[in-house]
Design a protein around this ligand. Structure first.
Ligand code: PLP
Length: 453
């Protein structure tokens, strides 16, 4: 039905190959074979492609689209008015103050903010801020984590053997970035023992959202917090995905009860428009210019259209109990998938939390569901199955990877369910999804899992 060689998508892709690198503007978009679907429009929870195929969409723009593809009335109106007033000015506006106040009112650890234009910019600036504030150079990150496409965080390996994660990244960056396995307390303790006085910050997502959704084991965040306090390093939570999604308006840090020193945001806080932000304790944030000497600036920072879209998005989410809806549908979907996996592919794992979900083609470990082992052990090491749980990014990536691209993803797309073409990226339920959508999605998974496509 879809992505055939005579389709309009195929023709557009062929044409795009002559003007855009690889036919796309972000590599993951080129992954579907034989061709990506080119989108005509969004409609509620669905995407309609240029060939008229409709897909129940769980990519949701890779996270920003909390409401699905139709913006709520106040967001649409706010955006239209902002455009009509002249799209941007390069001088301050009231709406950027209002959005900052909203975030500060809801996220305990945030006292000051700086708005930028993407998650990548936010994490890059947070790294510079941490380095400038502490006077140290090294940043600890999680293996298989993702914080955007810039030099500091495109680093692979481990503490003793680090290398650039992309051509074009100088070795000097790898020297200053230390990847450690998520959830491994022994390794992070050892790294602080050896390098504590050089570490500016530990930067981590509260849960890993770019390698299949890996939830924190009990006590891991607290260990990071304690080690940072002990050694004068900053704890930075990258809440680009989880911010105003996991844990609702309090974000993942509220859900887990941890206060980082700095937080990076993006995606949902822009209401579908390009955005990023760094927030945190006033004393640290003041190190940014103009109050401090850490440089950060941007022509489009605090763009009025984005600011109003973000503000109205968060207000709407607060006033309409959006999180109860998306979290309940997320729970239903994970629970249905869990039953299917147990019946057809017990070697797979269903993972996720709140409105995020994923099936991992890895070892039999339902234990990561909603942060709790189904057997009730809450992932404590004494659980007999504990060793089987995917706890680190490497565990997840050790699973079968070929099937996703070759057969699994296309089979679900052919049944009208659009998942992330990359096996490891998070998928999202939106406010526009309904129980009927969840049911037909589970029917599609049932067909695919039962035939071992
Ligand atoms: N941090 C995390 C956790 C992300 O998932 C992403 C992107 O998906 C980024 C940073 C980079 O954000 P952006 O794509 O807006 O630059």
């Amino acid at each position: 039905m879809v992505r055939e060689c005579h389709s309009s998508s195929y023709k557009l892709y062929d044409r795009a190959l002559e003007s855009l690198v690889g036919g796309v503007n972000s590599p993951v978009r080129a992954e579907p074979r034989p061709t990506p679907s080119f989108v005509d429009r969004g409609d509620g929870a669905e995407l309609v492609d240029v060939d008229g195929n409709r897909y129940c969409d769980y990519i949701m723009g890779y996270g920003p689209l909390l409401f699905g593809h139709d913006l709520p009335e106040p967001v649409r109106e706010g955006v239209s008015e902002a455009v009509a007033d002249g799209p941007m000015y390069g001088v301050p506006t009231d709406v950027e103050v209002e959005l900052a106040e909203f975030i500060i009112d809801h996220v305990e650890s945030v006292e000051r903010l700086r708005f930028v234009n993407s998650g990548t910019e936010a994490t890059a600036a947070a790294a510079r801020l941490a380095r400038g504030y502490t006077g140290r150079d090294k940043i600890v990150v999680m293996q298989s984590g993702y914080h955007g496409g810039h030099e500091s965080f495109l680093v692979d390996g481990n503490v003793d053997d680090r290398k650039p994660g992309s051509a074009g990244v100088p070795d000097a960056f790898a020297a200053e970035t230390i990847p450690v396995p998520f959830n491994d307390e022994d390794v992070i303790r050892d790294v602080f023992e050896r390098h504590g006085s050089e570490i500016a910050a530990v930067l981590t997502e509260p849960l890993l959202g770019n390698c299949g959704i890996v939830l924190p084991v009990e006590g891991y965040h607290e260990t990071l917090r304690d080690l940072c306090d002990e050694h004068g390093s900053l704890l930075i939570f990258d809440e680009v995905i989880t911010g105003f999604r996991v844990g609702g308006l309090q974000c993942a840090q509220g859900k887990y009860g941890i206060e980082p020193d700095l937080t990076t945001f993006a995606k949902i806080i822009g209401g579908g428009f390009p955005v990023g932000a760094i927030g945190g304790r006033a004393e640290i944030m003041q190190a940014f210019a103009p109050t401090g000497d850490v440089f950060e600036s941007g022509t489009f920072n605090g763009h009025p259209v984005t600011m109003v879209a973000g503000l109205e998005t968060l207000r709407f989410a607060r006033e309409h109990d959006v999180y109860s809806h998306v979290n309940e549908l997320g729970r239903q979907l994970r629970s249905g998938l869990q039953d299917l996996v147990e019946e057809h592919t017990p070697e797979y794992t269903v993972t996720g939390i709140d409105s995020m979900f994923k099936i991992l083609f890895t070892r039999d470990a339902p234990d990561t569901m909603d942060g709790h082992c189904r057997a009730g052990c809450k992932q404590r090491p004494e659980c007999p199955r504990f060793e089987l749980c995917p706890k680190t990014g490497a565990d997840v990536r050790a699973g079968e990877t070929d099937r996703w691209k070759r057969t699994f993803w296309p089979a679900l797309a052919d049944r009208g369910v659009l998942l992330t073409p990359n096996q490891f990226e998070s998928q999202f339920v939106s406010y526009a999804h309904t129980e009927d959508d969840i049911e037909r999605t589970l029917d599609a998974y049932q067909e695919v899992l039962s035939t071992k496509v």
